[in-house]
Design a protein around this ligand. Structure first.
Ligand code: EPZ
Length: 429
């Protein structure tokens, strides 16, 4: 169990560098299976989800290790295509190994993935896409068996731009005979970085970032060095933290265009935003104004992952802000904890109405999921007194060093956690 002890009230000032992207790194780690040789990845965030991906790679017979923010993978001796449930259930991205295994070995045996509980989160679109490519998939309860099959190019129509299903289809299509077109593809930046990685392996692939991705089967190169892009949601987290507390923060090594929808609403709420191609500065003072409706949508719409974070920033604003969550059925799980701090939030189905209050008071909270847990920390920073966030490991799945980033900006918080098996020192508040 990790513990975050937060003393609210400090303004945030200074510079921070944004970590490498969790959601870009995870599908790329699965894609390393396609390379019958060595891959070196730079700027890989040190996260529990990355640890889980490396464990899967090692279980499959690959060499996989992380030294700082560099990861070395050698899949030349891949010896298996079975991923046990104990590894699958650690994160949602384990399901992307299905497409990668089909591409490399033509078969796979796995089970339903884990990940934040944000609703049902089925994988029917993943299976639809892979079956279009000729995969012979049998489902038995939670188990999924992909029997040996030759994959052939196809036209895949996704009824919803699922990020994971797009990634799985891209990876399997790399080994399909002929050309594959993925229509209705997700347009997230993580699709673009996966395309860049596959191009680095020699893939003829195009269209990532649009709703149509085209891939031709190819023979991957046997080595590659690739740099993971910045994490747009980690960037959104830090700008929302500044908005929640007030202050003047500069984020470096990020692409603000990738979280422009968040910056747009913070600007509407009264923050001053200045940006260049690789950095963004935010200034916030006094009470924010209410905004909305904030409607979550597939990229380039407002990202669902930033909904809890923007909500936390608006708890002490003037007036009432409205959120509509269209991506996940159960993504207001942070609300009861925010209400414990004194926030006025009314949830009706997919809509949440946040009426700003003058003051929040610290309380003892329990993190419910990755971004909901981060939202509790942001809210604690803007509350009076001390807030405790007990966390069964959600936050460390996606944030490399949220504690360090916020402390370097002047936040008053302490983190005690099981960090790669070592209890982190609990710094004095
Ligand atoms: C990715 O999840 C991200 N995770 C999520 O970030 C993010 O919230 C989500 O995309 C949406 O942007 C990673 O990239 C590791 P989806 P993913 O498939 O791929 C439904 C975080 O905090 N759906 O686009 O699972 C699904 O239930 C995480 O970093 C189906 O119905 O998202 C959901 O309602 C949380 N059938 C919607 O589509 C399917 O086969 C979006 O899911 C697949 C998805």
């Amino acid at each position: 169990m990790d513990l975050w002890r937060i003393r609210g009230g400090a303004r945030l000032e200074g510079d921070s560098v944004v970590q490498g992207s969790k959601n870009a790194a995870l599908p790329i780690l699965a894609a390393c299976l396609l390379c019958p040789g060595r891959v070196e990845l730079l700027r890989v965030p040190r996260l529990r989800d990355v640890d889980a991906a490396l464990e899967i790679l090692r279980h499959l017979g690959c060499r996989a290790e992380q030294e700082g923010d560099r990861v070395y993978i050698d899949a030349s001796r891949l010896s298996g295509s079975v991923i046990p449930r104990s590894l699958m259930e650690k994160m949602r991205s384990s399901v992307i190994f299905m497409g990668a295994l089909l591409a490399r070995t033509g078969q796979a045996s796995l089970s339903m993935p884990g990940g934040c509980r944000l609703g049902k989160r089925p994988i029917d679109l993943h299976l639809l896409a892979l079956r279009e490519l000729g995969a012979r998939i049998e489902e038995a309860g939670e188990e999924i068996l992909c029997r040996p099959a030759l994959l052939r190019g196809a036209e895949i129509r996704l009824p919803f731009p699922s990020v994971g299903a797009t990634e799985n289809a891209m990876l399997a299509a790399c080994a399909a005979r002929g050309e594959t077109r993925i229509l209705g593809a997700a347009r997230e930046p993580e699709i673009v970085s996966l395309q860049a990685f596959l191009r680095g392996l020699g893939a003829r692939i195009s269209g990532a970032g649009t709703d149509t991705v085209t891939v031709s089967g190819f023979r991957p190169r046997d080595s590659l060095r690739f740099r993971i892009p910045a994490d747009r949601i980690a960037g959104a987290t830090l700008v929302c933290a500044c908005a929640a507390c007030g202050g003047d923060v500069l984020l470096r090594n990020c692409d603000p265009r990738q979280f422009s929808a968040v910056l747009h609403f913070l600007n509407d709420a009264g923050c001053v935003i200045m940006q260049k191609h690789d950095r963004v500065r935010i200034k916030a003072a006094g009470r924010l104004c209410s905004i909305g409706p904030v409607v979550t949508a597939p990229y380039p719409g407002f990202p669902t992952d930033a909904q809890p974070l923007l909500m936390a920033a608006l708890l002490r604003s003037e007036g009432e802000s409205v959120f509509r969550e269209t991506i996940f059925e159960d993504r207001y799980r942070q609300v009861p904890a925010l209400q414990k701090l004194g926030a006025q939030i009314r949830v009706q189905g997919r809509e949440a109405r946040v009426r700003g209050v003058k003051r929040l008071r610290g309380a003892a909270l329990e993190a419910t999921d990755l971004r909901g847990g981060a939202a509790m920390i942001l809210a604690g920073l803007s509350a009076e007194g001390e807030t405790l966030v007990r966390d069964a490991g959600h936050i460390r799945r996606g944030y490399e060093d949220l504690n360090g980033s916020l402390r370097s900006l002047g936040a008053c918080l302490m983190y005690e956690g099981e960090e790669h098996g070592i209890i982190q020192n609990s710094e004095a508040l």
